[in-house]
Design a protein around this ligand. Structure first.
Ligand SMILES: [Zn+2]
Length: 151
């Protein structure tokens, strides 16, 4: 295991599930973590662009700090930049399979009309209200689609 020992990152033995879950409960931070999982490691500024986050630098820094303090993200100082990466091995040592399960979970659920005529609707994790079925659809409501593609 690649142990982190400095005062900016919690040691692996100090990682706590409630803190990790609280950090991941925020949709912006979850988006950052997903983007980071895809690229492996990235400077913060680049990551913000990759994740298509419409947030200011200060807000991004705040989220970055929460993720670092929860033990999810590691910051490596490289010249003027901070290179971010996920502490996958550390997290897996403490909470086996947790991060993979989260990363493998769809970020949005897809619904289809129960008449099976192909009407679909995607709900994001923030839980918007379901819209009425499209006009002309004979269905009585939406049901969770059998396969929910990753967003
Ligand atoms: Zn329909």
């Amino acid at each position: 295991m690649d142990e982190v020992r400095d005062d900016r990152h919690p040691a692996t033995a100090d990682l706590r599930l409630p803190r990790v879950l609280a950090a991941l409960a925020d949709p912006v931070r979850l988006t950052i973590v997903r983007a980071l999982a895809e690229v492996g490691e990235s400077p913060g500024t680049e990551l913000q662009r990759l994740a298509r986050l419409q947030i200011g630098r200060t807000t991004f820094s705040h989220h970055q700090r929460v993720l670092r303090e929860a033990g999810i993200v590691r910051e490596r100082i490289h010249g003027p930049q901070r290179i971010l990466s996920l502490r996958l091995a550390d997290l897996d040592a403490c909470f086996p399979g947790l991060l993979k399960a989260i990363l493998d979970s769809p970020s949005a659920l897809t619904y289809e009309c129960d008449a099976g005529c192909g009407h679909r609707w995607s709900a994001d994790v923030e839980g918007h209200r379901m819209p009425p079925l499209p006009g002309g659809c004979p269905g009585a409501g939406w049901r969770l689609a059998a396969e929910t593609p990753h967003a």
